[in-house]
Design a protein around this ligand. Structure first.
Ligand code: ZN
Length: 384
């Protein structure tokens, strides 16, 4: 048994007890983690959102130098509908060799392992630092991680590698698509249904906009990137919601379209956004006057494209004694680290199949595998 397993289980129990649903504050959890970490770390920084309801934590164990390894986990969880759960979602429950609770797999199990290892990292004479990064707002478009990474890039030290512990059953994941989310609002001019020429129909303009999204999606489908590891292999675009108009006999004055794109490559994303910018300029000119079309980016989370020769990949292969790599269909914060020049991979305990589901769990065996990996990491980064 890994000697840190019991500590990790206790910590996980506490972490599950903080109902850090994305829309709520995560400050209680961050304060708990900070209090726990302080005796073991050499530096600890928080970065907050604008209204200071949520915070990221970034702790460093070891020398304050570049070239360290980040263990990165998001603190927020998706909501849990109690009626569908066997037990209470925010009370950790052990049944046989599993721990149940919201966030056990996604991804407080990983965070618990990182925290449990902090005293161990502190007792090793680390040559390069281990960093623990806890972020907020991941589930609604990675709102926290960019602030944390910006702080890192500006103030250092700059890590070499980030291990993002989303549930991969401790497999090495080197690729996932990006997830870009947008809200497009068309403001027209209301009018009587019998006189459409005297009004500007926002719903009809929205239809033109969605048609353009469909055309772009079709073009992307016909041109998947070579050797794409994804299913489906091409970049997708999907319209999620449309809200507009007030009555059948009133020309719609406003319409909002929520849509998303999952780019297989960054160049696909650029192609779509450039094309839409031109189209919006055309539509805007046609709309004229007070009418407008405005697209707001709700979140632009880059995909992960780990280079086969990357340091992160070599490190994980060594720690896990495993050479296979995989791609996953979900987005993570790893692409954000990569964009900042920090080599990233995704690897964490538990399975994505139970994430966002009732009776989410992580197995003790997975927690131990994660702790073993972290023990190896500590030894690797310490002086001989
Ligand atoms: Zn997650």
């Amino acid at each position: 048994m890994n000697p840190h397993r019991d500590a990790a289980m206790l910590l996980l129990g506490d972490l599950i007890g903080f109902p850090t649903v994305t829309t709520e504050s995560n400050l209680d959890l961050i304060e708990y983690a900070a209090d726990y970490l302080r005796p073991h770390v050499d530096d600890l920084r928080l970065t907050h959102d604008d209204n200071r309801l949520r915070a990221n934590l970034f702790a460093t164990i070891g020398p304050m130098v570049d070239g360290g390894v980040v263990l990165s986990g998001h603190t927020d969880v998706v909501p849990a509908d109690e009626h569908h759960w066997t037990g209470a979602p925010f009370v950790a429950m052990r049944r046989e060799q599993r721990i149940y609770g919201r966030g056990t797999a996604d991804m407080k199990g990983f965070i618990a392992c990182a925290l449990a290892m902090a005293p161990r990292f502190a007792e090793l004479a680390l040559d390069r630092p281990v960093h623990i990064a806890l972020t907020f707002g991941e589930e609604i478009g990675c709102h926290g991680a960019p602030l944390l990474i910006e702080d890192l890039v500006r103030n250092g030290p700059k890590p070499a590698v980030a291990i993002v512990g989303e549930p991969t059953e401790m497999g090495i994941v080197t690729a996932h698509k990006g997830c870009y989310e947008y809200t497009t609002t068309i403001t027209g001019m209301e009018g009587h249904g019998s006189q459409p020429a005297h009004a500007i129909n926002a719903v009809q303009y929205a239809a033109l906009y969605i048609k353009r999204l469909l055309d772009l999606a079709e073009e992307l489908r016909a041109n998947p990137p070579e050797n794409s590891p994804y299913d489906p292999p091409y970049t997708t675009i999907s319209t999620g919601t449309i809200h507009g108009g007030s009555a059948r006999n009133i020309v719609a004055g406003a319409c909002t379209v929520e849509w998303e794109m999952r780019p297989a490559t960054r160049s696909d994303a650029r192609l779509v956004l450039d094309s839409l910018r031109r189209f919006e300029a055309e539509l805007g000119a046609e709309l004229g006057g007070e009418a407008s079309i405005v697209t707001v980016a709700e979140g632009e989370v880059d995909g992960l494209e780990t280079d086969p020769g990357s340091e992160a990949l070599a490190l994980m292969r060594e720690l896990l004694d495993e050479s296979d790599v995989a791609s996953v269909p979900f987005g993570t914060e790893a692409g954000l680290y990569q964009r900042a020049g920090i080599d990233a991979v995704v690897c964490g305990p538990g399975t994505i199949d139970v994430a966002h589901q009732p009776d989410e769990y992580v197995s003790l065996e997975q927690l131990e595998a994660c702790l073993d990996m972290m023990e190896g990491l500590g030894e690797k980064l310490s002086k001989d």
